[in-house]
Design a protein around this ligand. Structure first.
Ligand SMILES: N[C@H](CCC[C@H](N)C(=O)O)C(=O)O
Length: 269
């Protein structure tokens, strides 16, 4: 499946036992020697009564992540398409978040992504005081960043021209910076208007992807905290656009976007 170009292998681990270790996942993720995907989404039975389904997220390097926004839309679509549910509104959980999903009449999926976590210890970020922005020195350059968790860690920096952003160079430097003890997804945000941004994301455990759902949410939260973005923002990533809405501190973030099945098959591992 894919959600604006962020692509997934989605596995129903409810109807069948699934045992994949980190090495097998990274092998399957390989674009030439495997199936090829950014993340593996493993759908499991709910872990608590109010959730309909639980899903786990594994990046292409085999590392497990706590949340995946584009993946949540894919899961919501997949479970209906496979007849695991008929509900239009679903409550999904991951290891770090629970979310409500709604299948819109136009085929898009809206997700209540929950409230962003801004306290450094919850990101996690090695700063004592919470702030709208943080200054981080790396390889002789000082970066002004926003830091947000959507259930996974995000570092957001503003750039003048998204096409000239050194995502391949600066992404890994900040993603692996010692201030991010669990690493970070690094978003490069160009503000077009107060209700529109362009975004590229260097994802933890993958590298640059065509889109990152939690990254789009984190960028809007960081922009609003810096008073440069409105409540409703169109986020255009290389793979397509998402619509993000955040009323401010204490409110959940809403994300609307597509999800599509690309291919179905069976694998023996
Ligand atoms: N690379 C992310 C997980 C996938 C997030 C992204 N694909 C999304 O749509 O939110 C992490 O390690 O936290």
């Amino acid at each position: 499946m894919q959600g604006i170009g962020n692509d997934f292998m989605v596995v129903d681990a409810i109807s069948q036992p699934v045992y994949l270790n980190q090495g097998q996942i990274s092998q399957l993720a390989h674009r030439n020697f495997g199936i090829g995907f950014d993340q593996l989404l493993m759908i499991e039975a709910p872990q608590h009564p109010e959730a309909d389904f639980h899903f786990r997220i594994f990046n292409a390097d085999g590392s497990e992540a706590g949340h995946c926004g584009n993946g949540a839309r894919a899961v919501a679509k997949y479970v209906r398409q496979k007849g695991l549910t008929w509900k239009r509104e679903l409550r999904l959980s991951t290891n770090t978040a629970t979310m409500n999903t709604v299948m819109e009449d136009n085929g898009l999926i809206t997700i209540n992504m929950g409230k962003p976590r801004l306290e450094p210890e919850k990101i996690p970020l090695r700063f004592a005081q919470q702030s709208e922005t943080y200054m981080i020195d790396a390889e002789g350059i000082r970066y002004k960043i926003g830091a947000v968790s959507m259930g996974n860690p995000h570092c957001v920096l503003q750039v003048e021209d998204i096409d000239k952003a050194a995502v391949g160079k600066v992404g890994p430097i900040l993603s692996h910076h010692s201030y991010f003890p669990a690493q970070a997804n690094v978003g490069f945000m160009q503000v077009v208007e107060s209700n529109e941004i362009k975004l590229r994301v260097f994802e933890r455990g993958v590298g640059e992807t065509l889109a990152c759902g939690t990254g789009a949410c984190a960028a809007v939260v960081a922009g609003r905290l810096q008073k440069i973005l409105d409540e409703k923002v169109k986020v255009t990533l290389p793979g397509g656009s998402l619509w993000i809405r955040w009323a401010g501190k204490g409110s959940p973030v809403y994300m609307t976007g597509p999800a599509k099945v690309v291919f179905e098959g069976q694998i023996d591992v």
